[in-house]
Design a protein around this ligand. Structure first.
Ligand code: ATP
Ligand code: MG
Length: 181
């Protein structure tokens, strides 16, 4: 084994914070990994109702880039208010994400918006941490969404907080195709 091979290892990355760029940075990393011949799986924990451009872009890579919307685009938040169907969808997304990570079949697994599912108390951060600790050495995992849980921040290798300086939305400019979706 040469030095370059020995120094290769899978990382845990988190894109969090209130500024725009968490999901799109993960997609940028996916693009880079695909260019290196790697296989990428992106599971979107909350999204489901909108048709995002990345869904069609992923098709261009055939089976090397698989992107799945596992939610229905919005969740009702908070204790008794939380809809049982949303919890069920999050649990299904997590079951698939966990299996994908542990299988070693993907070089990069992106758990998009998983931080929201955790902060809405729909998913146990300890269960996610346990899987991340047990992941195959070479698998990279990216977790996105605001309010990343401290337990996962602690475990991660690279954590980036997007800070909002300004956003077009504040001027009343609605989400733009190709930029927001
Ligand atoms: P993106 O997918 O554009 O990288 P994101 O993943 O950082 O955004 P999310 O919290 O997932 O942000 O929000 C999803 C949607 O909200 C996207 O359409 C995104 O452009 C938009 N958005 C993100 N940050 C802001 C903000 N600070 N103000 C208003 N809208 C935002
Ligand atoms: Mg996002």
């Amino acid at each position: 084994m040469d030095a370059a091979t020995r120094s290769r290892r899978g990382l845990i990355l988190i894109n969090t914070g209130a500024g725009k760029g968490k999901t799109t940075a993960a997609l940028g990393t996916a693009m880079r990994a695909l260019g290196c011949g790697m296989k990428v799986l992106m599971l979107q924990f909350i999204k489901g109702s909108w048709h995002y451009g990345e869904l069609d872009a992923a098709e261009a890579f055939g089976g090397r880039f698989v992107l799945k919307q596992m939610g229905r685009g919005f969740v009702k938040v908070g204790g008794a208010e939380t809809d049982a169907e949303d919890v069920r969808l999050v649990e299904a997304a997590w079951a698939e994400g966990r299996e994908a990570i542990l299988s070693g079949a993907w070089d990069v697994v992106i758990l998009d918006e998983i931080n929201y599912a955790i902060s809405y108390k729909m998913l146990d951060p300890a269960a996610v941490a346990e899987t991340l600790r047990a992941k195959p050495e070479m698998v990279h995992v990216i977790l996105t969404g605001r309010n990343a849980h401290p337990l996962l921040v602690e475990l991660a290798d690279t954590v980036t907080e997007m800070r909002e300086v300004k956003h077009a939305y504040q001027k009343g400019i609605l989400a733009q195709r190709g930029i927001e979706y």
